[in-house]
Write a protein that binds this ligand. Structure first.
Ligand SMILES: Cc1cc2nc3c(=O)[nH]c(=O)nc-3n(C[C@H](O)[C@H](O)[C@H](O)COP(=O)(O)OP(=O)(O)OC[C@H]3O[C@@H](n4cnc5c(N)ncnc54)[C@H](O)[C@@H]3O)c2cc1C
Length: 388
């Protein structure tokens, strides 16, 4: 067991920090205010070899470890959740193809999906299918050599900005056994961008409705196994959720660093507020929870690296990291007093952005259900799943 970064990881962390100090931090407030992200940042990140380092070299990645990838995610998340989400959207779909794709998918799509310029999006959620992801009603029916898609997706991040969309939809009349993923490229006739939603969290990622009306795509756009999309999604979530967890750690760390600065600068009763014990207690709790969340996330990433099953450890890390991000950012606002509620200090943005982490990619309630089910299973107690 080794709790320190390698020399290469230290270098990686410094390089990403330098990049973020120059390209992300100075513009994070502007992205939030205008609700528009500048995607040229992703291309710059890619040129520095910092995009999708987890992808194998044969597919244009660095063949790095999950901890390498997490270091990048945390640094970007420290400055802007939106930048982190956008960055991930530029390699997630290629990673999905790598993990659950067929050999044909890999040959046909990975290089195309992961070129440092194209952005992806994942459309699973529908108005009536949120947590209950298996109740999707968007259908794809095979007609000759084409899939014909009908239905409406909702809460799609990167809406209108993505070059391709991975759509989780129904391909057979079975609840869990009738779900598949189909790739639809932008500007495909029959797919239209609907209403954009105005968010308070992760504001700069365009998000909203994606509509399919007799949208036709070639048969080979099926990603992964036909009708096994739900199972594939669960396998992927065991890893993908960890990148949201480490993003939450990044947000919390940003809130702590800003609070440490403020606590030394702001004076009341003739001394810096950081000299008051109650402020110090908050800072100590914040730092302790951030450390614990990072270690839990690294443990699950390490298990993935070693090929071990880590569904419980992923859910624990995702649950804990997103909930401490909420607590830590709340305290950061508290330490800033009234200034914490002004747009002049970034802690209010961290506070708002942290909220997404315990809702997106499986809510805290769902993580608790998964953890409990795994615990009971390990005692050979199998109860009806609350998710059925
Ligand atoms: C900013 C943002 C970006 C998003 N991006 C994407 C995206 O790119 N692609 C995509 O597909 N989706 C995306 N989503 C959707 C997101 O995944 C869902 O919001 C999330 O899964 C929760 O679904 P819901 O909002 O419908 O809540 P609901 O499922 O309606 O849940 C409401 C409440 O009920 C609880 N609940 C539900 N079922 C149970 C149960 N069995 N036991 C206990 N409690 C339960 C939930 O935990 C929650 O507290 C995004 C959402 C947001 C806000």
């Amino acid at each position: 067991m080794d709790f320190s970064y390698t020399k290469e990881q230290e270098v990686l962390k410094n390089v990403v920090r330098e990049f973020c100090d120059k390209e992300v931090a100075p513009r994070a407030a502007e992205f939030d205010r205008t609700a528009e992200f500048d995607y040229s940042i992703i291309e710059k990140l890619s040129k520095q070899g910092l995009l999708g380092v987890i992808m194998p070299k044969e597919y244009g990645g660095m063949g790095g470890s999950h901890v390498d990838q997490a270091i990048i995610c945390e640094e970007i998340g420290r400055d802007s959740l939106t930048a982190m989400v956008a960055t991930n959207m530029a390699w997630y779909m290629a990673y999905e193809c790598l993990v659950v794709g067929t050999e044909e998918n890999k040959k046909r799509w990975i290089r195309y999906l992961f070129d440092g310029k194209k952005m992806g999006a994942h459309a699973g959620t529908e108005a009536d299918a949120g947590t209950d992801a298996a109740s999707v009603r968007t259908w794809a029916k095979l007609e000759g050599d084409e899939w014909v898609i009908n239905g409406t997706k909702w809460f799609v991040s990167n809406l209108g900005k993505a070059d391709f969309y991975f759509i989780t939809l129904r391909t057979a009349d079975s609840r869990y056994g009738g779900i598949s993923t189909i790739l639809v490229e932008k500007d495909t006739p029959g797919m239209t961008i609907g209403r954009r939603v105005d968010l308070i969290s992760n504001r700069a990622i365009s998000n909203g409705e994606l509509i399919f009306e007799n949208c036709r795509v070639p048969r080979e756009n099926l990603i992964g196994r036909l009708n096994k999309g739900f199972l594939d999604m669960m396998v992927l979530y065991d890893v993908i959720r960890l990148y949201l967890a480490i993003g939450a750690v990044g947000i919390a760390r940003g809130a702590l660093e800003e609070s440490l600065k403020f606590a030394q600068e702001r004076r009341q009763f003739g001394k810096p507020v950081g000299e008051f014990q109650m402020i110090r207690a908050m800072l100590a709790d914040m730092a302790t929870e951030i450390d614990a969340a990072r270690l839990m996330t690294y443990r699950a990433l390490d298990m993935e690296e070693k090929g071990l099953r880590h569904t419980k450890e992923t859910s624990m890390a995702k649950l804990y990291a997103s909930e401490i991000a909420d607590r830590v950012t709340y305290k950061a606002v508290q330490i800033h007093g009234g200034y914490g509620l002004t747009m002049e200090f970034p802690v209010q943005r961290y506070w708002r952005d942290a909220r997404l982490c315990s809702i997106g990619e499986g809510t805290s309630e769902i993580q608790r259900l998964i953890i409990a089910a795994e615990l009971l299973k390990s005692q050979n107690i199998v109860l009806d799943s609350a998710l059925d």
